[in-house]
Design a protein around this ligand. Structure first.
Ligand code: SF4
Length: 694
């Protein structure tokens, strides 16, 4: 399975199973008393946000992280003094019986790194700013200049590698999309290719020094960029380097609340589903202790694939879970794993809304009230559709109503009569092939839930021929273990297409919705069928956090891969939470922006202002601005590269001081924090992006 990489024009294989789960086996790397990679469980880590010179506060936060179950704790080390203070922090923690491995987070300072490596189990180096002193300029590099700078990097980085090797300390080469070196940007741009090359340059130096205790990370606040960068790294590093090194996964500056959890789960989960990832960190603009349970909730399912055999955890590497069986003779991927392109589908009108083609990805929810209680059902439908709100509001665009028998159809007709004005936003679903044709004249969309063993004969298909209604065929894969939904749906789609039907949509309901839908898209591509695909997530009984995480992984990954023309969520959440979940998933995948996106960092010892409080204040004032991306960074260590992803930036530049950005450009430097929010709003206004709140 090969894909052309944009910049180099070379074909690059993506060496992971895409229709089934199998964890990538990696070189095991030590972290003091524990290790990761190999057959080890996927670890959960976090990072302190105290000043590392503040021993008491840092020790206290480490203790709270330890009590929350955090397996690896990272501390920022801006200077040699901070590095030296790691000794005190470590001693105190060890005295208290806290043996959690510590990681020193290094940016810029080789001196801080050389000292910190003495007191930690792992050292994180950012190849974007280590030994290069990035100026964030856009100057061009000649080949000679490029190589000269690389030599300088080798000269400064090699002593750290040697020292880490001698001390038995492992190292993470942690690339960040927002802080690539000028040299890398000059050649590759702010791109996944640049992120990967930056890491490989450092890894080559490590291997030249016979140092193999490495792991990688490729973080970005843009979930799609992050996914593409990790995938590309795996493809290139595994082909070139001596070992398959473990991966630390994370979405940087994910924000807070549901949005932060959904973004993190989507980026991390997409890669875990690919079998990638050996340790994770969920970055939230909240108390770091909150990150730990979210992390464990994300990795739980994957760690359950580990079986204990004898004394050693054993990963059933040959055990394949998913829809990979019987994919033979197909070599093309149904999407590009290294870059975004929306799957091509034919557009169709369903009432007032279009689906497929270039249309917005639509949002549908399921009414829970039975059709046998029409008044309550009507109220629920109106609550979900919220017809009183403006067109582009966050509300369900379609509501699904289930019918099971002829009496239900009569009740439906009465219900629709009472919903004049919104009836073209009602979808009716049934499992009854006898009822299905009768429903077509009533609404703009009808769904047939196909179960295993169903065969739709010519007589049935002939009844559909003259309908203008959009017909969805959905395979319910809850208990099926033999038939592959994709093959059944593709057969149905081919029959419909052969009969000249064009207003057809397809979907799968499965606990493995990602693999099943991917597989469906593959079959459709091979058959040359471009019917739109609805991404359906159903989990009626799960707890709130589990639903957020799993829906972000199962549905969100598909949208990141360019698959999906509609999202339908069916959960036990409150109707408004369900709608907001669907829009949050589309927003995190950057396919449909419906509100302001806050790219806020989690904070660390470099933070210049109270992040949580400031983020809340900024949110209060600008949350109503649809589609705007606002970066809120505690410092500029990640560089204006991160600002390229944001429309406006609010960045700590010193104690009580803030710099403001428009795109990548710093337009206000070092202003007093007290006036910065008003000035930010003024900038938004000057740039024509301000709308007064309703
Ligand atoms: S951007 Fe935030 S988390 Fe990153 S180094 Fe600066 S303060 Fe720390």
């Amino acid at each position: 399975m090969t894909v052309d990489i944009r910049t180099a024009g070379q074909a690059i294989d993506y060496p992971v199973p895409l229709y089934s789960y199998r964890r990538r086996y990696t070189h095991e790397v030590g972290f003091g008393e524990i290790s990761l990679g190999g057959y080890q469980p996927i670890r959960v880590e976090s990072m302190t946000n105290t000043h590392t010179m503040d021993t008491a506060a840092t020790v206290e936060q480490c203790r709270r992280l330890y009590e929350a179950g955090c397996e690896i704790i990272r501390l920022t080390v801006p200077t040699e003094k901070d590095a030296e203070n790691l000794r005190n922090i470590r001693e105190q923690l060890r005295r208290d019986g806290i043996t959690t491995p510590l990681v020193a987070d290094i940016h810029f300072s080789a001196k801080a790194a050389m000292k910190a490596v003495e007191f930690v189990e792992n050292i994180r180096v950012n190849p974007g700013n280590y030994a290069t002193g990035a100026k964030f300029s856009s100057e061009e590099y000649t080949d000679a200049e490029y190589l000269a700078e690389l030599d300088k990097v080798r000269e400064e980085f090699s002593p750290l590698v040697k020292k880490a090797r001698e001390l038995g300390v492992s190292m993470r080469i942690g690339t960040n999309h927002g802080s690539l070196s000028d040299r890398i940007v000059s050649r590759y741009g702010n791109s996944p290719e640049g992120m990967v090359e930056a890491a490989l340059e450092f890894a080559r130096i490590c291997e030249d020094e016979s140092y193999f205790d490495l792991l990688f990370s490729m973080k970005s606040s843009n979930v799609r960029v992050m996914i593409h960068a990790y995938r590309l790294l795996v493809a290139r590093a595994d082909a070139e380097l001596r070992h398959a090194y473990p991966l630390h996964l994370g979405v940087t500056e994910a924000g807070d609340g549901d949005e932060g959890r959904i973004k993190s789960a989507m980026g991390i989960g997409a890669l875990l589903e690919d079998g990638l990832g050996d340790t994770i960190r969920v970055s939230l603009t909240e108390d770091p202790v909150n990150e730990v349970p979210v992390g464990f909730a994300i990795v739980r399912k994957y760690n359950e694939h580990l079986q204990v055999k004898g004394e050693k955890a054993y990963l059933a590497v040959n055990q394949v879970v998913g829809h990979g069986q019987a994919v033979s003779g197909h070599t093309a991927l149904p999407f590009n794993p290294y870059g975004y392109a929306r799957r091509s589908s034919c557009p169709m009108q369903a009432g007032a809304a279009s689906i497929g083609g270039d249309s917005l990805q639509r949002v549908e929810t399921q009414a829970r009230t039975s059709i046998t209680d029409p008044d309550a059902l009507r109220d629920e439908i109106l609550q979900r559709l919220a017809p009183e709100l403006p067109e582009d509001s966050i509300r369900s665009e379609f509501v699904n109503v289930s019918v099971g028998c002829v009496e239900d159809v009569h009740a439906l007709e009465n219900l629709l009569a009472s919903l004049e004005g919104v009836r073209d936003r009602i979808v009716v679903s049934t499992v009854d092939t006898g009822l299905f044709p009768k429903l077509l004249p009533l609404v703009s969309r009808v769904r047939l839930d196909v179960v295993e063993g169903e065969s739709l004969g010519t007589g049935f298909i002939d009844q559909l021929a003259d309908s203008d209604t959009v017909m969805e065929f959905c395979f319910i894969h809850e208990n099926s273990s033999i038939m592959v939904p994709a093959e059944v749906l593709c057969r149905i789609a081919a029959k419909l297409k052969a009969k000249g039907l064009t207003r057809v949509c397809l979907s799968v309901v499965s606990s493995q919705g990602l693999f099943a839908t991917r597989r469906l898209v593959l079959e459709l591509a091979n058959a040359g069928i471009e019917f739109p695909v609805a991404v359906r997530y159903r989990n009626r009984g799960g707890d709130r956090s589990g639903v957020l995480i799993e829906s972000a992984i199962q549905a969100g990954t598909l949208f990141c891969d360019g698959v999906g023309d509609l999202i339908a969520v069916e959960t036990g959440l409150k109707p408004e939470d369900e709608v907001s979940l669907a829009f949050n998933i589309l927003q995190a995948a950057r396919v449909r922006m419906s509100k302001t996106e806050f790219i806020s960092c989690p904070g660390c010892g470099r933070t210049y202002f109270e992040l949580e409080k400031t983020t809340a204040l900024i949110k209060q004032r600008v949350s109503h601005l649809k589609g705007l991306k606002i970066g809120i960074m505690g410092c500029i260590v990640n560089g204006p590269g991160e600002m390229a992803d944001a429309d406006f930036g609010y960045v700590g530049s010193g104690k009580g001081r803030v710099s403001l950005y428009v795109g990548r450009e710093c337009v206000v430097e070092n202003m007093p924090e007290a006036d910065a929010l008003d000035r930010l709003i003024e900038l938004i206004r000057q740039n024509g992006k301000w709308i007064d709140p309703a």
